[in-house]
Design a binder for this molecule. Structure first.
Ligand code: SF4
Length: 167
C-alpha cells in the first residue's frame, strides 16, 4: 500500500460524508450520460482521462489506491484500501480501545471512521452492512468508473467460485 497521506483539507472534507454522497450521486449520473458519447469518440482518451481524474481527485481526497472496484459510497466515503490489511468487510479484531488501528497506532481505524461516516449518509449509509467480494487484483490501476459503468467490477473472474472440494 502507498504511504497513507492526509492532504491538507482532505480529512475535513471526508468528515462531510453527506455532501460527498451527493457529489458521488451527481458524478455517477453525469458519467452515465456522458460516458457512451465519450467512449464512442475515443475510448483510449476517455480511459486515460478517467484514470487521471481518479488518481488526482480520489487520490487527494481519499488516498485512493486505484483498486478499480470502488466501494466508497458503501463504506462511509472512506476508502477501505487504506486499511493496512486491505479489509473490505469491516475491521479486524485488533482495533484499539480508543478506535485506533492495530498496525498504525497513530491513525484511527479506517473501519471506525467508515462506520461513523456511513451513519450520516441517508442514501447509501445502509450499504455498509453489505458483504463485499474479494478484491480482483487484475483491476488494479484501471478506472473504477469505467469498471462500474461497464459492469466489470461485479463480474466474477474466471476460476473464482469454482468448488474444487469433494462432497
Ligand atoms: S475503494 Fe478502490 S477505487 Fe475506491 S477510493 Fe478506495 S482504492 Fe480507490
Amino acid at each position: 500500500m502507498r504511504e497513507a497521506r492526509r492532504w491538507p483539507g482532505s480529512e475535513w472534507l471526508k468528515d462531510r460524508p453527506r455532501a460527498l454522497e451527493r457529489i458521488y450521486d451527481w458524478a455517477e449520473r453525469l458519467l452515465r450520460l456522458l460516458y457512451p458519447l465519450l467512449n464512442r469518440i475515443s475510448p483510449k482518451a476517455t480511459e486515460r482521462l478517467l484514470i487521471w481524474s481518479e488518481e488526482v481527485g480520489k487520490g487527494y481526497l481519499f488516498n485512493c489506491q486505484m483498486c478499480g472496484q470502488c466501494i466508497l459510497h458503501s463504506t462511509g466515503m472512506t476508502c477501505p484500501m487504506n486499511c493496512p490489511k486491505n479489509l473490505r468487510n469491516g475491521p479486524c479484531g485488533g482495533v484499539r480501545r480508543d478506535g485506533h488501528c492495530e498496525v498504525i497506532p497513530e491513525r484511527m481505524c479506517v473501519w471506525v471512521q467508515a462506520w461513523e461516516r456511513s451513519q450520516a449518509m441517508p442514501r447509501y449509509g445502509h450499504e455498509i452492512t453489505l458483504i463485499q467480494p474479494p478484491v480482483d487484483r487484475s483491476l488494479h490501476r484501471t478506472s473504477a468508473w469505467i469498471n462500474l459503468l461497464e459492469g466489470i467490477d461485479t463480474q466474477t473472474p474466471p476460476g473464482w467460485g469454482t468448488n474444487h472440494g469433494s462432497s
